[in-house]
Ligand binder design. Structure first.
Ligand code: TPP
Length: 560
């Protein structure tokens, strides 16, 4: 990079150096940089809203571990910030770039602009203004460093000029520096002291009824093989948070399913019966613990986390190991001397899982119309390619997909919204951009899909060939229980606050130039999914389901 360079070229070359392949944006932002990005072969995905751009960058980041980049001009900054909530909660390395008006426009009713900083404070770990070109080389590298090291999370750069034009036009002579370590997470794999790892291994070997709860941190660390090895050596059952679903195949004899509030009965029961819980990269928040009832707060815990502040945050009897999950488990495995097989605990766990699976099988095999979501999930299980990425929305979409779809192959991945309704469809497009050779299937409700329906056009324009399965019950199914409770016996138009028109999303998809298939009978689901997966267009499989189907209330331990 020589004297000739400017901010636009510098940004494009830096992105290229860090391995960025796509950026997601709404114009007008960094227009000169757009020209330079094209020159270096980075694809610029124009979206229909800033929030969708952030979600696409998030999906891209979660599947690849590489920072996902999204951008918006000054007036789009608030929309973009809203889209950072989910990646913040999910520990995803998104780099958000906005423009901000020059000082001459400030403090005198600048058109279209609020102060950006505070809007980003709570959804980023690094939130800075870039006022002069001399800052650019440092903050760009720092953005990648912050996003990928320690706990990955979004960062925000606010460049001078409402579209960042001041920074991109400025001459710069700084040398281009690319630190490959920060091109993807985990940038570092720290390990705890050996004596602590040894003690943890002793505790695990002495426990009679241990259980592993793997969380999103275990996925980020790619610790699946180590978790399975440890589980098999000591016959420890493995439950996962929703984020870690798939880290052990659902059909593995030691897998007990997803634990917490969006959970399998078997997982909650097994974790409640354990005498030691081993949290691996899990935040022990209200969802994964079902409001800290599963397990009981008095239970002894071992916990591995890359962030030392997490160790013991919710369980007071925690033996903490500060480190990367994979590296720490590799160490710990060296101290497991005597394998345990065929324990009573393992037999008990197998029985619990069998009972649960037997109890849901009639619903998974139901021939009812409108179609039951459980049946839809069974059909997806049977069709899902062995290297597929399943991207799920929040609410019942997360419950159905994480409890009723089985991931049977260790190659399959599951990614779900950290809670923002509507996240999954644009996120799945970002996932596909990052892993174009893998089949990507999005599982969403119609309420969620409505949010970013317009991105079907983006998918068509760029040939982003995903399969979107819509559990279309013409309403916000998960909202019904709460509304019914609020109404009680009193009459009224309760559907006003959860019901929608009946809409055929397959028709809309077809109009936009995608493949659309409407399915109203359970025996046609399988053929529709196959056709969608084989199609050379982005596909929507619009499955008409029953608004009144509810997943079971999560299992809670009986009061002591
Ligand atoms: C941004 C946002 N707003 C509201 C909610 C609350 N919420 C969670 S699930 C849900 C209903 C989802 O409806 P749909 O996607 O159609 O799926 P269904 O429950 O019908 O299966 C709502 C309103 C949320 N999680 N996120």
């Amino acid at each position: 990079m020589g004297i000739e360079s400017n901010g636009a070229k510098f940004i494009a070359e830096t992105f290229k150096g860090y391995g960025v392949t796509h950026v997601f944006l709404v114009m007008a932002i960094l227009r000169k940089t757009m020209v330079e990005l094209e020159k270096v072969g980075i694809i610029r995905i124009l979206t229909h809203s800033e929030k969708a751009a952030a979600y696409m960058a998030d999906g891209y980041a979660r599947i690849s571990g590489k920072p996902g980049i999204c951008m918006a001009q000054s007036v789009g900054a608030a929309n973009l910030a809203a889209g950072l909530q989910d990646p913040y909660l999910a520990h995803s390395p998104v780099i958000a770039i906005t423009g901000r008006k020059k000082p001459v426009a400030q403090y005198r009713n600048a058109y279209q602009e609020l102060i950006h900083g505070p809007m980003y404070d709570y959804v980023t770990k690094y939130n800075v203004n870039v006022d002069v070109i001399e800052q650019l080389p440092l903050v760009l590298c720092q953005a990648f460093r912050e996003a990928t090291s320690g706990v990955p999370r979004p960062v925000h750069l606010d460049l001078l000029g409402f579209s960042g034009e001041v920074i991109e036009a400025a001459p710069i002579s700084a040398e281009l520096v690319v630190e490959n370590r920060y091109a993807r997470y985990p940038a570092f794999r720290p390990e705890p002291e050996e004596s602590l790892v040894k003690t943890a291994a002793d505790l695990l070997q002495k426990a009679i009824r241990p259980v592993i709860v793997a969380g999103g941190g275990a996925i980020a660390s790619a610790a699946g093989p180590e978790i399975v090895r440890l589980a098999e050596r000591l016959s420890i059952p493995v439950a996962t948070s929703n984020d870690a679903k798939g880290i052990i195949p659902d059909i593995h004899p030691l897998c007990v399913g997803v634990v917490g509030s969006y959970s399998c009965l078997s997982a909650n029961q097994v974790v409640s019966e354990a005498d030691l819980v081993f949290y691996i990269g899990s935040g022990t928040g209200d969802q994964v613990t079902h409001n800290w009832t599963v397990p009981d707060p008095r239970i002894p815990v071992i916990q591995i986390d890359i962030n030392p502040s997490e160790l013991g945050r919710s369980y007071r009897k925690t033996f903490g190991l500060h480190g990367d999950a994979k590296a720490t488990l590799q160490r710990l495995l060296q101290f497991i001397k005597k394998p345990k097989s065929d324990t009573e605990w393992k037999a008990r766990v197998r029985q619990i899982v069998k009972d649960w699976k037997d109890s849901v099988e009639p619903l998974r095999s139901s021939d009812d119309t409108p179609i039951r979501p459980e049946r839809l999930c069974k059909e997806i299980t049977n069709i899902l390619p062995s290297n597929a990425v399943l991207v799920a929305d929040t609410g019942y979409s997360a419950v159905w997909s994480s409890t009723m779809i089985e991931l049977r192959d260790p190659e399959q991945r599951y990614i779900r919204a950290a809670g923002s309704l509507g996240w999954a469809y644009p996120a799945s497009l970002g996932v596909k951009c990052a892993v174009p050779d893998k089949p990507v299937v999005c599982f969403t409700g119609d309420g969620a899909f409505w949010y970013h329906l317009s991105e079907l056009e983006t998918a068509k324009r760029w040939g982003i060939k995903t399969v979107t399965v819509i559990n279309n019950n013409s309403g916000l199914g998960q909202s019904i229980i709460g509304v019914d409770q609020a109404y009680g016996d009193s009459p009224g138009r309760r559907e006003d606050v959860y019901g929608f028109e009946t809409v055929n999303f397959a028709k809309i998809a077809e109009d936009i130039g995608c493949l659309g298939i409407r399915v109203e009978s359970p025996d046609l689901i399988s053929a529709a999914l196959k056709e969608a997966l084989a199609s050379d267009k982005p596909a929507v499989v619009d499955v008409v389901t029953d608004l009144n189907c509810k997943p079971p209330i999560p299992w809670s331990p009986p009061p002591k």
